[in-house]
Write a protein that binds this ligand. Sequence first.
Ligand code: PEP
Ligand code: MG
Length: 322
Amino acid sequence: RQAKLQDILNSRSITRDGVEIELFGNIEIPDDVEQVLAANAGGIGLFRSEFLFLSEDDLPTEEEQYQAYKAVTERMGGQPVIIRTIDLGKDKIPKWQTETDSPNPALGLTGVRLCLAEAGMFRIQLRALLRASAHGKIKLLVPMLSHVGEVKQVRRHIEETKAQLQREGIAFDDAIELGGMIEVPAAALTVAHFLHHLDFASIGTNDLIQYTLAVDRNDDAVSHLYDPVHPAVLQLLEHIIGTCNRMNKPISMCGEMAGDPVLTRILLGLGLRRFSMLPTQILKVKQQVLDTDLAEVRDLVGQLLQAENADEARALLKQLQY
Ligand code: PEP
Ligand code: MG
């Protein structure tokens, strides 16, 4: 099996009927880039930048962040590197934040909410990211969006940071793209509004499933209820992907669902063409892509969307494993 997967390392990622599918890697620390390159991915679809904030006692400085973002970007050559802005709070609590007093951190000051509340910390990161953007193809991705106003506020911070760098004569990519994570049901349902203010979107299924099904993603007591093929999740995915495709906005998926080869055909049938995953999953998913005929899976996925419950969906899913 492993030898077979290695055989496809250099083949194009293309369906049987000739549609190109982008397969990107997720990373947490700069060293993870080597695995992404070894899997011959098309780029980095999710750099979880908050990991730079978890290991130290203090916040990383602008220079430390700049060096990390630049190293990853340079190592990737001209390939795209999508860096997510700080997604702390929830399950990722930095040492300097010691204890969160939020009664329910998953619904608290997390992701973009924390960045907008701690604008000083956010502006330092934006400076580092913009400076690094002079060295390759960096795109920015904002986590945990639930209000369109958050995108507008982030854009204002980016514009002000650009103006500041310009005054200082420091180089950056003025055309840097801004994407948003669709991982809260409110953003999924109103994705069209968000797309008016974004260059691209990326679906975070880990959180989207958690919030849609009201199942804590880290609680073993309810892990049996955490199901990516629950009809509610599938319908939201269809809505997000369909809306983005109709509006000609690039849409990718960077949650764990994107790296599960059992689910690849569902996602292809829903119209997804860009996937980002743990580097270890890339060749397994590529194998599925190479073995898939899009016209064939579209019909079955249409039936899957009518499923009344996750059991029924799973039975139909079996028919997609050929
Ligand atoms: C997600 O929620 O699916 C995601 C990619 O982000 P994280 O797992 O870091 O919350
Ligand atoms: Mg998330």
